[in-house]
Design a protein around this ligand. Structure first.
Ligand SMILES: CC(C)(COP(=O)(O)OP(=O)(O)OC[C@H]1O[C@@H](n2cnc3c(N)ncnc32)[C@H](O)[C@@H]1OP(=O)(O)O)[C@@H](O)C(=O)NCCC(=O)NCCS
Length: 172
């Protein structure tokens, strides 16, 4: 059963890696990220050349981390790297809040398109993404190892292309 949460979203910092890893192992037992992967992502999350947004959801009453998410920006493309919510909080809207935060930052990074990969058997996450307007655009075969599970690739356009990139400005 899910319980209502008043979790507060804030930037993920290095001291959050340990509690995030606990959730990571509980939610992705077969292919959990290593501590080094989080360290490496956070190394690109601050400063003028930042290309990452990592956010955690914290229960203000207990300080417990109940969710986290991360986005990488590469030129005008952004990629949802990870998103997860503690199982006891599912269905309370926290996944939507985390995704909203990532999409705001995709816009701040001036990305026109957001991509993500999701396991073909993860219908719960796919429904969340569809509600935000993500559309399936293809598959990556055997993307998730071990298990050789395919990824569904989904895409969302978050910004209209600027006039400089519109083809019609180059004709006539
Ligand atoms: C996928 C995941 C992040 C979704 O998180 P969540 O907090 O349950 O997401 P939300 O609550 O925002 O939305 C999920 C459901 O709750 C419903 N919901 C949203 N806000 C709600 C609210 N305020 N009250 C009640 N229900 C609500 C939604 O309608 C949605 O239902 P639906 O799936 O039938 O459409 C979570 O299930 C998770 O961590 N899964 C394991 C990790 C994972 O698979 N991550 C994705 C990898 S690609």
């Amino acid at each position: 059963m899910s319980t209502a949460t008043a979790a507060v979203l804030r930037e993920m910092r290095w001291w959050d890696i340990e509690p995030v890893l606990e959730l990571e192992h509980a939610l992705f037992p077969d292919d959990a990220w290593s501590p080094g992967m989080f360290w490496s992502e956070l190394a690109h999350a601050r400063g003028p050349g930042a290309t990452r947004r990592y956010v955690v959801a914290e229960d203000p009453a207990t300080g417990r981390i109940v969710g986290y998410a991360g986005l990488a920006a590469l030129g005008d493309l952004a990629d949802v790297q990870t998103i997860a919510v503690s199982r006891d909080q599912w269905g309370g809207g926290l996944g939507s809040e985390l995704l909203t935060d990532l999409l705001k930052h995709a816009t701040a990074f001036e990305c026109a398109t957001v991509l993500l990969e999701v396991r073909v058997d993860n219908t719960r996450a796919q429904k969340l993404y569809e509600r935000f307007g993500f559309e399936p655009i293809g598959f990556r075969r055997g993307y998730y190892q071990p298990g050789n599970v395919d990824a569904l690739v989904m895409r969302l356009h978050v910004q209209e292309p600027g006039p400089a990139s519109a083809e019609e400005t180059e004709t006539d």
